[in-house]
Write a protein that binds this ligand. Structure first.
Ligand code: C2E
Ligand code: CA
Ligand code: CA
Ligand code: CA
Length: 281
C-alpha cells in the first residue's frame, strides 16, 4: 500500500542520513586520529599447507581503528570512506611503516621472519612515485624487499590492467612481492591471468562457502586452483574457518591458507608470541 511504501522511504532516508552523518564525523576526525596513532595494525597468519604440518609463511597487516569517540571501528566501514576522499593513501603508508617496524623487531630478536602483506588501494596505483615512496619507507630500516608483499584487489585489475601490469612489474623488479587480492569477486575475465605478473593470487572467501558443498562448485574450485598452479602462481585461500575446508583445499592443491582456522587478525605483539618461532641456529 501507499502508506507502507511511504514509511519505507522515510526509514531508508533516515538510515542514509545517519550513515552520511557518521561518514562526515569520521572525515572530521580521521587526520587527528592518524597522528594520535589510533589506527592499529593487526596481523593475521598465513600457513603453508603443502607439507605434513602447516608452516607459517606470511602475515597480512589489517588496519583497525581504536577511536576514543567511535569505539573500535572496522575497516569495512572506514576504508570505503577513505577511498573516496583519498585519505586511504596515508593509511596504507602508515600500515607499511608498521610492517617495516615489526619486521625490524623480528630480525633484531632473531626470530624466523615471514613476509608481511600490506594492502594498497587503487589510488596508490596512479600515484606517480609509488615505488619510490615504498622504497623510502622500507629502506630506512634495511628491510629486504622480499619481505614486503603488496596486495592489489582484483577490481583494480579489471579497470586498468595496463597500469596494474606496469606497477606490478616495477615492484617485482625492485624485489617486492605482489599479490592479487579478492580474486573471483570482480568481473575480470580469466584471460587476465596470462598478463598479470603476480607472485600470489588470493582466492576470496566468497569462493568457498556454498561451492564446497556442490559437485559443480567443487569442480570449479579444483579447476581454478589447478590452473593457477600450472601458471606458476602461489595460491592463498582466504577466510577458511574449519579444519574440514582446510583439508579439502590441501587435497585440491591449494598452497596457503589465511583464515580463522589457523588464526584471526591480532595485535602485533600477540602475533609474535603466538606464531613466530626463534630462527634455527
Ligand atoms: P581483505 O584485504 O580481503 O582482508 C581479509 C579480510 O577477511 C579481513 O577482514 C580478515 O579479518 C577477514 N578474514 C580472514 N579470515 C577470515 C575467516 O576465516 N572468516 C571470516 N569471516 N573473515 C576472515 P578485515 O580485517 O575486517 O578487513 C576488511 C577489508 O578492509 C580488507 O579485506 C581490505 O579490503 C580492507 N583493509 C583492511 N586493512 C586495510 C589497509 O590497511 N589498507 C587498505 N587499503 N584496506 C584495508
Ligand atoms: Ca587483503
Ligand atoms: Ca581478500
Ligand atoms: Ca576485501
Amino acid at each position: 500500500t501507499k502508506s507502507h511504501a511511504g514509511k519505507r522511504i522515510i526509514f531508508y532516508d533516515e538510515q542514509n542520513i545517519a550513515a552520511a552523518m557518521r561518514a562526515r564525523h569520521i572525515e572530521g576526525i580521521m587526520s587527528t586520529a592518524l597522528l594520535k596513532e589510533e589506527f592499529v595494525a593487526y596481523f593475521q597468519p598465513q600457513y603453508d599447507i603443502r607439507g605434513g604440518k602447516p608452516v607459517l609463511c606470511g602475515a597480512e597487516a589489517l588496519v583497525r581503528w581504536n577511536s576514543p569517540v567511535l569505539g573500535l571501528v572496522r575497516p569495512d566501514e572506514f576504508i570505503p570512506i577513505f577511498e573516496k576522499n583519498g585519505f586511504v593513501d596515508r593509511v596504507d603508508r602508515y600500515m607499511l611503516e608498521r610492517a617495516r617496524i615489526r619486521l625490524r623487531q623480528w630480525m633484531d630478536a632473531g626470530l624466523r621472519c615471514v613476509p608481511i602483506s600490506v594492502n594498497l588501494s587503487r589510488q596508490n596505483l596512479f600515484s606517480a612515485d609509488l615505488i619510490g615512496r615504498i622504497e623510502k619507507i622500507v629502506d630506512t630500516y634495511s628491510i629486504p624487499h622480499s619481505f614486503i608483499k603488496l596486495e592489489l584487489t582484483e577490481s583494480i585489475v579489471a579497470e586498468s590492467t595496463v597500469q596494474l601490469v606496469e606497477t606490478a612489474n616495477k615492484l617485482r623488479e625492485r624485489g617486492f612481492r605482489v599479490a592479487m587480492d579478492d580474486f573471483g569477486t570482480g568481473y575480470s575475465a580469466l584471460s587476465i591471468l596470462k598478463d598479470v605478473p603476480f607472485d600470489t593470487i588470493k582466492l576470496d572467501r566468497a569462493f568457498f562457502g556454498e561451492s564446497i558443498d556442490s559437485e559443480r562448485g567443487r569442480t570449479t574450485l579444483t579447476g581454478i586452483i589447478q590452473l593457477l598452479d600450472a601458471l606458476g602462481f602461489e595460491t592463498v585461500a582466504e577466510g577458511i574457518e574449519s579444519e574440514n575446508e582446510a583439508e579439502q583445499l590441501k587435497e585440491w592443491g591449494c598452497h596457503v591458507i589465511q583464515g580463522y582456522v589457523y588464526g584471526r587478525p591480532i595485535p602485533a605483539d600477540e602475533f609474535t608470541k603466538m606464531h613466530l618461532e626463534p630462527a634455527q641456529t
